[in-house]
Every structure is written in structure tokens, then in C-alpha cells.
Design a protein around this ligand. Structure first.
Ligand SMILES: NC(=O)c1ccc[n+]([C@@H]2O[C@H](COP(=O)([O-])OP(=O)(O)OC[C@H]3O[C@@H](n4cnc5c(N)ncnc54)[C@H](OP(=O)(O)O)[C@@H]3O)[C@@H](O)[C@H]2O)c1
Length: 363
């Protein structure tokens, strides 16, 4: 592939939204060391893609301009680096394009109370931002992925079904299995779980994964998606624009052991009365006020906790999710598919924040 050019979409400065994306011809990247080169079949977008462009993760991400966004991909292996033995040309894979080298991966298994957890979470946050978790490259014809963050895609799983999984699926999986402590084999005590924004990318996976465990799931979404979220398996669904929905009140009077909080802008005071004695809010879009609540709850030894969560990509978990899709236990819902040549439509849609399931870009 050396010397060949490919079509890619990139931006060279912060801001600009869809109009800030530029279609360019750039050299096809090379697979070095432990990397594989993929001919891309599908890329799914996440809110972090537009947030990076807007400058919300500056000065850490993107690491440099011009930047080709897109981290969640499915494709065919066309070249392998010298350090790769587990993939060969022609293999179909799902990958997350990230250059994270986390040294804390295993420590975050313990989300128990305590100072170590607080320090470890802050270190994670720093590390992820400082090292630049997401390397991008998915809005192009070819991209390089690390072998450790790439997994085989069996024929039963379509490219889009696979490409939807990395950021959204791994976040839902991590939130449920680590801080919320849900066992996806159905063992363990029953837990009452609230999932906010259950119609979105993370939320729609979270509802389905939670129902693999021993859980009662309450979910919030807009009126148009109530049936959709019920069909994903939620036991009760609240329209977030009604008074009870805005108050997050379970229709059956349940108190939540864990909230997988995929929406934004809901204060602690709204969650607090709805939590069980040891209830946790797992905030996947933590801002300054969530970090303040997190620290305040730790310092006052509160039984009710707020846990800021940033997804740590792990190949073994991605493989687990791909296999659930293969077995028909998890589905990726397609909001819309867009050609790379019309990527601006997909970009405007992800910025809009009203996707039902996942938004895809493909060749
Ligand atoms: N911590 C991490 O590592 C991590 C990883 C992934 C995502 N995130 C963050 O998590 C958030 C969710 O991501 P996503 O990919 O799921 O987003 P998404 O797919 O864009 O979510 C869109 C959905 O959210 C619904 N929604 C919006 N506000 C809501 C509210 N107040 N109550 C109920 N539903 C609401 C929308 O419904 P309507 O159209 O009806 O309004 C829409 O269906 C984003 O802020 C993202 O940046 C963090």
C-alpha cells in the first residue's frame, strides 16, 4: 500500500461543525509493529467525535492537526505489522482506534469506597486525557488499528453491527459490570437499575446488557422511543419530558441501586431521593459539578455515591460483545447510514444529539 492515496475526511482546527470537515486525499497509512491495516467497511460516530472537534477535550485531544476523526470501525485486514501473528490478510475485524497504554486497567475492577478508588479514578482521568485515549482515523478508506484492540468479526455479525460496539458498547459494559456490579450471567442479587437516555448509543446497549443480568430496569427516553426502549427489554420506561420522567421516579416505586447516567444536565438533587441506601450514579459525561459531588460524597463517607466513568478500551470485552451479537443476545440498532462522501449529514446528526441507536459512515 506504500505510496497509495486514499479518500479521508479531516479537520485542521477547532470548531466549524460539519462545515469544518474537509475531504482530502492522503497516503494510506502503514501497519507498523503491532498494528493491522484495515480497509474500512463501517465506522460509527460518537458524541466524543464532535466534542473533540469543538475543543471540549483540549489541550489533550486531538493530539495534532490535521485530525481524521472516527474511532469505532469494522473492516478487512489488508496488511499486518511485523509483530502481528493473530490476524492475517482477509480477516474481518472490529476495532477501536486508540493508542491508550493504560497501566491502571486492572485496578479499576474495584469500585469500592475509599481513598484509593478516588485517587485511582483521578489518575485514570488524567492518564486517559494526557495520553490521548482515542487516536482516530475512522473517516477514511483505510485505518490502522492495534492488534490488542481488534477482534475477529464472525460472518453472523454485519460490519455495522460490529462497528457500533466499541465506544458505546464498552462504556455500557464497563459501567454495568464494574461500578454497578451487575453480573451478565444472571447470577447475583437482583438490582434495580435506572438507565437515562436509553434510546441513544450507550443507553440502548446498556438496557440490553443490564437485562442479561438479574436486574429490574427503569429507562428514560423521549415519547417517540418508549416502545423502542421497552422492546430492548426495559421493565418500565419514563418519558423524560413529563414531570415524573424529569423527577426520575420509578412508576413501581423502585429505588435504584445504580443509575447508568447517559443523559446530561441532571443534578445530584434529582437522583438522590430515588437512590437505594447504597445507590450509585455512574456518570459517563462527568463535568466539574460531578467531580465536586464525587469528592464531597467520598469525603463525607456518604453511602450514596457518584462515580465518574471514562471508558477504558479492552479487546477482551469487545470480543465478548461481538460474541453476544453473534449469539443474538445483543443487537446494534442503526439510526442511519451515510456514505463517506456525505459525511457532513452524519456529523450534523451526531451533533444534534437525537440519534436512536447508532449513526454509521461507510464507503
Ligand atoms: N465516559 C465515556 O467514556 C463515554 C463513552 C461514551 C459516551 N459518553 C457520553 O455519554 C453521553 C451519551 O452518549 P451516546 O453515544 O449514548 O449519545 P447519543 O447516542 O447521541 O444519545 C442520543 C439519545 O439521547 C436521548 N436523550 C438526550 N437527552 C436525554 C434526556 N435528558 N433524557 C432521556 N434521553 C435523552 C435522545 O433522545 P431524544 O432524541 O428523544 O431527545 C437520543 O435518543 C454523551 O454525552 C457522550 O459524550 C461517555
Amino acid at each position: 500500500m506504500a505510496g497509495k492515496l486514499m479518500h479521508a475526511v479531516q479537520y485542521s482546527s477547532y470548531g466549524g461543525g460539519a462545515a469544518g470537515l474537509k475531504h482530502v486525499e492522503v497516503p494510506v497509512p502503514c501497519a507498523k509493529g503491532d498494528e493491522i491495516l484495515l480497509k474500512l467497511e463501517a465506522t460509527s460516530l460518537n458524541p466524543v467525535d464532535w466534542k473533540m472537534q469543538k475543543g471540549m477535550l483540549r489541550p489533550f485531544l486531538p493530539r495534532r492537526f490535521p485530525y481524521i476523526p472516527g474511532t469505532d470501525v469494522a473492516g478487512e485486514v489488508v496488511e499486518v505489522g511485523p509483530g502481528v501473528t493473530n490476524f492475517k490478510t482477509g480477516d474481518k475485524v472490529v476495532a477501536i482506534l486508540s493508542h491508550l497504554k493504560s497501566t491502571y486497567n486492572d485496578d479499576i475492577k474495584d469500585y469500592g469506597a475509599g481513598t484509593w478508588h478516588m485517587l485511582s479514578t483521578l489518575l485514570h482521568t488524567y492518564e486517559i486525557l494526557a495520553y490521548g485515549n482515542l487516536s482516530g482515523g475512522g473517516l477514511a478508506e483505510f485505518a490502522v488499528a492495534k492488534k490488542s484492540l481488534s477482534v475477529a468479526r464472525p460472518p453472523e455479525v454485519s460490519a455495522a453491527e460490529g462497528a457500533g460496539l466499541p465506544v458505546a458498547g464498552l462504556t455500557a459494559h464497563q459501567a454495568l459490570t464494574q461500578p454497578a456490579g451487575v453480573k451478565l450471567d444472571g447470577s447475583g442479587n437482583q438490582k434495580n437499575i435506572l438507565i437515562t437516555a436509553a434510546s441513544g448509543g450507550v443507553g440502548h446497549y446498556a438496557v440490553q446488557l443490564a437485562k442479561l443480568g438479574n436486574t429490574h430496569v427503569t429507562a428514560t427516553c423521549g415519547a417517540r422511543n418508549i416502545e423502542f426502549v421497552r422492546n430492548l427489554g426495559a421493565d418500565e420506561v419514563l418519558d423524560y419530558k413529563t414531570p415524573d420522567g424529569a423527577a426520575l421516579k420509578s412508576p413501581s416505586g423502585k429505588k435504584y441501586d445504580a443509575v447508568i447516567h447517559c443523559a446530561t444536565g441532571i443534578p445530584w438533587s434529582t437522583f438522590e431521593p430515588n437512590l437505594s441506601e447504597n445507590g450509585k450514579v455512574i456518570d459517563i459525561t462527568p463535568d466539574a459539578s460531578s467531580f465536586a459531588t464525587f469528592v464531597a460524597k467520598k469525603l463525607t463517607f456518604s453511602k450514596k455515591q457518584l462515580v465518574p466513568l471514562l471508558m477504558i478500551p479492552k479487546g477482551e470485552n469487545l470480543n465478548y460483545l461481538v460474541n453476544l451479537v453473534r449469539e443474538g443476545k445483543l443487537k446494534t440498532v442503526v439510526d442511519s447510514k451515510h456514505a463517506l462522501s456525505k459525511v457532513e449529514d452524519a456529523w450534523a446528526k451526531i451533533i444534534d444529539g437525537h440519534a436512536t441507536g447508532k449513526i454509521f459512515v461507510g464507503p
